[in-house]
Design a binder for this molecule. Structure first.
Ligand code: AMP
Ligand code: MG
Length: 265
């Protein structure tokens, strides 16, 4: 509808769109909330996922551009026919922030909010020790952790290839798409975890870092002193885990076949 006329949205949707656009700018479009046309082509996570034809993808890529979202008052407008917004890469984080704010406003001093891949720790555990958040082993069923990070009052969000995917022609196609190629992002990463204060930020950035790859992400992290990250890659027969300096001492390795490195920004 928003390509025909400016449509009214709730204040939450407007706020969420503004945060999404801010991160789209900061990540030079690695995170882009207008990925909807390519997300729809692949249909990953839906009933009928498929590999789109090159010409379909080309057309869809041309429609992806966060600068075409126009917000005015409580209304949102998209410049071109065929464009659409998909907030799947940030909405869970925003929802977690709202839950956090709600609980805090009711005086809750200790809680763990888990929306699946998006975790927010309020305060510490009842015994005053930090919350331990597991980092999923990308190659094993849910619940198998490579290690854990110990946090108080922090959001911990992970984007990973193992979360949603389909298989065709012996290949795996996951749900984090490169707005440049229109295909699942190939950056050598299996997962990215972002530790931040606000979960919406961590959610957008974990998706963006995954698309950008570790080198570009490390560059961007220089401008983001309050953001910490954990990058997981496959290296021959083991996992290589890179942890930013600010949380390196808070990371505990569980899988002794994996190797951990301190990442300087
Ligand atoms: P996440 O699991 O938070 O990394 O988000 C992945 C979801 O965000 C996908 O299922 C899509 O709905 C959407 N998405 C995929 N690629 C991108 C991208 N490059 N920028 C923004 N959202 C994306
Ligand atoms: Mg995300």
């Amino acid at each position: 509808q928003a390509v025909k006329k400016a449509v009214p949205v709730s204040s939450e949707t407007r706020q969420l769109l503004e945060i999404a656009i801010q991160w789209a700018k900061a990540t030079h479009g690695a995170f882009d909330p207008t990925v909807a046309p390519i997300v729809q082509l692949w249909g990953i996570g839906g009933e009928h996922p498929r590999i789109p034809a090159d010409n379909e993808l080309k057309k869809a890529i041309g429609l992806v551009d966060y600068r075409d979202i126009k917000i005015s008052g409580d209304t949102v407008f998209l410049r071109r026919t065929g464009q659409g917004v998909d907030l799947g890469g940030i909405a869970k984080g925003y929802a977690a922030d709202r839950v956090t704010a709600f609980l805090r406003s009711h005086g809750v001093a200790s809680a763990l909010i888990d929306l699946g891949g998006n975790v927010v720790a309020i305060g510490s555990k009842k015994d005053k020790t930090p919350w331990n958040i597991g980092i999923q082993n990308p190659g094993l069923p849910r619940g198998n952790a490579l290690g854990f990070v110990s946090v108080t009052d922090r959001s911990v969000v992970t984007s990973g290839t193992y979360e949603r995917f389909f298989e065709a022609n012996g290949r795996r196609y996951h749900h984090i798409l490169s707005p440049q190629t229109g295909a699942p992002a190939v950056s050598g990463l299996e997962s990215v975890t972002v530790v931040s204060e606000r979960s919406a930020d961590g959610d957008a950035l974990s998706t963006a870092f995954f698309v950008m790859g570790i080198q570009n992400a490390t560059e961007l992290l220089k401008d983001l002193p309050d953001i910490e990250a954990i990058f997981v890659r496959r290296e021959k027969d083991r996992y290589r885990i890179e942890v930013t300096e600010g949380i390196y001492d808070r990371f505990t390795l569980l899988d002794k076949t994996a190797a951990v490195f301190r990442l300087k920004r």
